[in-house]
Design a protein around this ligand. Sequence first.
Ligand SMILES: [Zn+2]
Length: 192
Amino acid sequence: MPEYYEIPELPGRKFFRCEPLRASITIEECGRRWHSGNMRVGPPANGDDAHVSASPDASMRCLTCKGCAVGARHAGVQSANLSYLKGATVCGRCHQGCTRLIGKHLCVSCYNRQREYLLGKNAKGTKPVKLAPLHRRTITYVAAGRVLTKTLEHSVDMDELIVTVLRDEQHAVKFMPTLPANFLALRALEGA
Ligand SMILES: [Zn+2]
């Protein structure tokens, strides 16, 4: 916890020394910056799935604050997802930042390669060779005290699911090993 103080000229306002910003700021300013860094707006009017920060300038300034635990507390947000991936326009598959996401998940390049893969041929009519096989995968995690699962119909590896959850989940995330269903059934029998 930072140490708070007031200055005589501004009574009633609690300041603290913010090390990441190397500045003295108020609790309110800190919380505002955190919100600004974590701000996400709805899809643009053209109906595309891309999500972008309201103001690129503001979000650049607040990148430092986005993953800050002190900031989250000052913003009054409990157990926030403090990953730098949260809300980022980053492709779940290749993990590259991009200007827009197709289906809220893939960059244009990965989307096109997936489409070719699913069609079984690329534009030249030959079999696509670049893309690793796509499989249905599920990851289990805990967020805000609940056990949740995320399933992707098409994914190249588990990293894709981890990046997806860290990018899209609002709350702090703890990943759980995914246990086979028959193991869980055995556990249930043992407990009986
Ligand atoms: Zn990609």
